[in-house]
Design a protein. Sequence first.
Length: 189
Amino acid sequence: MTPITKTLTYIAGLALFAFTLAACDSTEPDDDGAGEGELITRVVLTLEGAGETVTATADDPDGDGVDIQIETLTLTPGTVYNGSVEVYNDLADEPAEQDITAEIEEEDDEHQFFYTVEGFGDAVRVDITDFDDNELPVGLAFQVNVTDAASGSGTLNVVLSHYDDEPKNGVDRSDETDIDVTFPVEIAP
C-alpha cells in the first residue's frame, strides 16, 4: 500500500468514525426495551498473545466527531491473540454511565460486533468467542489468528449492530449501527 493510499484509508476511517459514534442508552427505553442513541467517545481494542498485550484506541475526547485519534494495531506473524473490545462515553457525568460495555453485556441479545479484516487475504482472521443465551455471537470477546505468512499493512473494521426493530440472527447486520470504526493494522516481525 502506498503512503498516499494509507493516508486516504486513514482519513476515510476517521470520517466514517466521526459519523457513526452512537450507542444504546437504557435510560430511555423504546417499546422493545432497547435504548436510544448515546454519545460514544472511546473504543478500545485489547489483544493478548505470545506474551504480549497490544492495545489500540479510537478516541474522540470532546465528542464532536472532529480530531478523532485512531491508533494502529501492530501484530506479530504466527500469533493467536485473545481480544476484547470496550466502549466508553467519557463525557458522562457519572462514572457508572461512562462504561457502555457493561450495557452491551446486559443487552447482548440486542447487540453484535462484526470484525472485517482487509489487506491481508486469509492471513489474518477474526473469530467471535462469546455468545448470548440464544447461542448467537456477541463479539465483546474474539480471537485474532495471524498466520506466519501475514505481512504488510491493512485494516480492521469494527461495527456494532443494534437489533431494535428486527431479531438478531447471528449473521446479518442490523439497520442500526452503534459503532463503525476502522483501525489501521501493521504486521511486524
